[in-house]
Design a protein around this ligand. Sequence first.
Ligand code: F0G
Length: 465
Amino acid sequence: MSDLAYQKCLSPDCAATYSVDEPLTGCPKCGALLDVTYDWDRLPVPKSLREIEARWGRRNEPLEFSGVWRFRQLLPFAPDNKIVTIGEGQTILQDARSVAAYAGMNPGKLFLQHEGLNPSGSFKDNGMTAAMTHAHMTGAKHAACASTGNTSASLAIYASSTRQFKVIVFVGSGKIAYGKLSQALDYGAHTLQIQGDFDDAMLQVQAVCKESKIYLCNSLNPFRLEGQKAIIFRILESLRWEVPDWIVVPGGNLGNSSSFGKALLELKQLGLIPRLPRLAIINAQGANTLYQLYEEHGLRWNGGRFDQPLIDKFYVELEASGAKADTLATAIQINRPVNLTKALRSLDACDGVVREVTDQEILDAKAQVGAGGFGCEPASAASVAGTKRLRAEGVIAPSDRVVCILTGHQLKDPDATVGYHSGHDPKLQQMLHAHGVHAMPYANAPLGVPNQLDQILKAIRDSGR
Ligand code: F0G
């Protein structure tokens, strides 16, 4: 397997290659990010994406049941007997008509890809199954990650379900939604709450993994991003293998956007799709590094020779200002996205755009997603809020076919939801106000009623619902 799949440095001036047997999170020679690369000419690639559909008929076999590994010919780095799966990737693409109307799209043109339906409630399981598989290939027994909550929940569920790994998760103190923290604790992960934010935790976990030879499961790990390619494969499958016009995704650490671009470029290279969709990455305004660099400073991929001094200067100024990422969409509360440069490649390949949205826009969009479908956590709703913005700007046409990625389950962050809808809890109200969320136009407040039948019946009648 090893000479058919290898790791390759992203920098065109270095382009060093390494075996897939090495657990690396950056090029040892130059420090750039790594890709998992394949010798497609010598691999049995499917002739059409439809070919893969037949595998679903064998869903009593764990590898065919997995919404990641039934596409394993498109991420062929692992022998079948090393694959670690817990049945991830049973997700749904929903034609969300009321959300389409909210975003200004024509009926039947806006789709929601509900990645919150994964076992740990977020898209992370797509990547974690691949990282765990690679960890297993390398013989690792200890794994770790830094997290705003979902990566830790995902790593923890793989550890508890498979009993193959001991895991440590690093989270920022007070920076994690309780739904997510509760998962890491319940699944039995060794949980370290660092006095700092995600960016601090990310730096520490890298140092710890290097020092202690622990397997790192953040999206710096190129194998994790291989698994996340399956989100694109499943979207295409649900659209009967037709390429949408737009994929809209929240941007945090920029793992998804990096992985999606790679998936699409590979599919095109293999002749499995005729064209690439456009990509929109949506930052929260309080954590908008990519937006600033890409839209305001004009940073571009430039064939891999991007303007590193511009990035360095941005971070020096950020550090000097003492500014910390701050958004109610805590999942994407990240100022130093580790996959920044890979995301530039995706934006380049997919004629991409980046937008920022406020927490008000995010929570309004979230309420619309909840009322019109399965719901999502705040960060996920950035994709719908971003679509609405791009529609208003005329960048997205009402007749375009748009897929918004809903990255996490609605139950991940009940505080944000209850705070928005109920208006009763002063602590939650304060949290919303501190983030500029003052109007709740789509609130569905609970009605207090006395414990008396006639009063209850009257309240129902009076509500007119
Ligand atoms: N949406 C959700 C729900 C997330 O949990 C994350 C990232 C993102 C979007 C951003 O994804 O990195 O692909 O841009 N959460 C990480 C974590 C950082 O630790 O759980 P990205």
